[in-house]
Design a protein around this ligand. Structure first.
Ligand code: SIN
Length: 537
């Protein structure tokens, strides 16, 4: 298969890129599962954007949005990226409206929500399932777009680059080896314009708000291809994942209670009904996420309780059902009537702020390879992402990436002497009873990351995690090379790679900043006010 543009991932980043790219050439979008299995589709909150006067909160400006983003990012945001992305807000909303996304309005004006760290109301939303609405509109449009082929059940095993084929003078992307998960066959997809848009890595942790598909595939692909990776220590924990100890099934285990609920007056309390977050920050429950998640972690450790509570019982009757119908109904299904009972919550892994290092056009360190969305580290989030900035970033950078690609690698350009790419060789067929190794290792990685590399870290715990991961990596590598590839092996291989990158970055940062907090170095240090960059070659 050959395409002018090859896109890996079908969330807002991949599809925003693909829908525009299809105006310039052939596009193939690959996703390992179904089209709706993305972090985008699970996003509840919305899209932060300061629109024209009349459609913005009184007194709000782009400057305030910039200042809030920089403040949350704890000194590590790249201001140019922040300004560029925030300035792209109005055109992002226009772009999404053009695909048929419907945001909540009242009397013809957008309704604006508020979330932690935002000084003003500026979150456009579709009730509490904004991501699903965005995904619906983009997927439906993609399915009708000529020149665009959306292939579900296609799992990218590895990128193919000229360096891997032995070229020494250049490093450019040439395509990918892709497993068709229904037939088990591996095909070569050729393209010299490839976009990584495969999302984040919440499943590296035992508890996460992410769907099962969030196994760090994009970062692992980028890393193995030789792209630089940055800031993986900044893994954001969402403060309010529904605590449901008897849960079975992904919805019950990973159910997010949107930060927008706190934006509408929800307050975090402990078992005695005390609003403990005010001790950490005057903004209380609406402080940036790193601060709130740490306050909860501290409170849980101090009291020995298994969770804290989000109290929305003071809202007028019917409010939750009207504004947050999905959250209201889902909680009811799990036995919590949030109009009369506080909601038990705990922090859980939510968003990867680092990723494949890019410039503000999504360009990586490999020619022709771009990264967009959660998989990328553009400099917007710094050490801690401001809520609802990510759908915005994905769309703005997708549009910029296309412009840049067309400028530097115009479709129709002929690659001289395109190198031959070897067909995929299958190893021996797996002995089924050995598959237990996969499930055991998967579980071990997620548990050790939760125990040693979560909200509060120490050098000792990080070293312990690194040592254990080294062994696990070896086991997984042997297993991978000795068996026929399948999605479980591929996810495990990516998971162990990404866990290793998180630990490596965390070990290098001997300070506390934003989402990286370590008891051994509890202060921020000027000498560490820069990205943690990992280079493979
Ligand atoms: C939420 O709804 O709380 C999530 C929003 C985000 O992570 O940006």
């Amino acid at each position: 298969m050959t395409a002018d543009f090859l896109v890996i991932g079908a969330g807002i980043a991949g599809l925003s890129f693909a829908l525009r790219a299809a105006r310039h050439g052939s596009v193939i979008v690959l996703t390992k599962g179904g089209a709706y299995e993305s972090n985008t589709a699970w996003a509840q909150g919305g899209i932060a954007s300061v629109l024209v006067p009349g459609e913005r909160d009184a007194g709000d400006t782009e400057e305030f949005h910039v200042a809030d983003t920089l403040d949350a990012g704890a000194g590590l945001c790249k201001e140019t990226a922040v300004r560029t992305i925030i300035h792209g807000g109005a055109s992002t909303i226009e772009d999404l409206l053009s695909y048929g996304v419907s945001f909540d309005r009242k009397h013809d004006h957008f309704l604006l929500g508020k979330e932690g760290g935002h000084s003003h109301r500026r979150i456009l939303h579709a009730k509490d399932t904004t991501g699903l609405e965005v995904a619906r509109a983009l997927i439906e449009t993609a399915r009708k777009t000529p020149n665009l082929t959306l292939l579900e059940n296609h799992y990218v095993i590895d990128l193919i680059t000229s360096a891997h084929l032995g070229a020494v003078a250049e490093d450019r992307v040439l395509g990918a080896y892709v497993l068709d998960t229904r037939t088990g066959e591996v095909e070569i997809f050729r393209s010299d314009r490839v976009v990584l848009a495969a999302g984040g890595c919440g499943k590296v942790y035992l508890y996460t708000t992410n769907p099962d598909s969030a196994t760090g595939d994009g970062v692992a692909l980028g890393w193995r291809a030789g792209a630089s990776i940055a800031n993986m220590e900044f893994l954001q924990f969402h403060p309010t994942c529904f605590y449901n100890p008897g849960a079975t099934g992904p919805e019950a285990r990973s159910f997010l209670v949107s930060e927008a609920v706190r934006g509408e007056g929800g307050v975090l309390i402990n078992g005695k009904g005390e609003d403990f977050t005010k001790k950490s920050d005057a903004r209380g429950s609406l402080a940036p996420r790193d601060i709130v998640a740490r306050a909860i972690d501290r409170e849980i450790k101090r009291t020995g309780a298994p969770c804290v509570y989000l109290d929305v019982t003071r809202q007028p009757k019917g409010f939750m059902k009207e504004r947050f119908p999905y959250i209201y109904e889902t909680l009811l299904k799990f036995g919590i009537d949030c109009e009369t009972q506080p909601i038990p919550v705990v922090p859980a892994a939510h968003y990867q702020c680092g990723g494949v290092l890019t410039d503000v056009n999504g360009k990586t360190t490999i020619d022709g390879l771009f990264a967009v969305g959660e998989v990328a580290c553009t400099g917007l989030h710094g050490a801690n992402r401001l809520a609802s900035n990510s759908l915005l970033e994905a769309n703005v950078i997708a549009r910029r990436a296309l412009d840049e690609m067309i400028r530097v690698y115009p479709p129709g350009r002929v690659i001289l002497n395109p190198p031959a790419i070897a067909e995929w060789e299958h190893g021996d067929t797996a002995v089924p009873d050995e598959l237990v190794v996969i499930y055991h290792n998967w579980d071990e990685i997620r548990r050790l990351m939760w125990d040693y590399v979560s909200i509060v870290r120490t050098d000792n715990r990080l070293r312990r995690a690194a040592a254990r991961l080294k062994n696990l990596k070896k086991e997984v590598r042997e297993f991978y090379w000795g068996h026929r590839v399948n999605p479980d092996i591929l996810e495990l291989r990516n998971l162990v790679t990404v866990a290793g990158l998180i630990v490596e970055c965390a070990l290098r940062r001997k300070e506390s900043r934003g989402l990286h907090y370590t008891l051994d170095h509890p202060e921020a240090k000027e000498s560490y006010q820069s990205d943690t960059v990992l280079r493979r070659f």
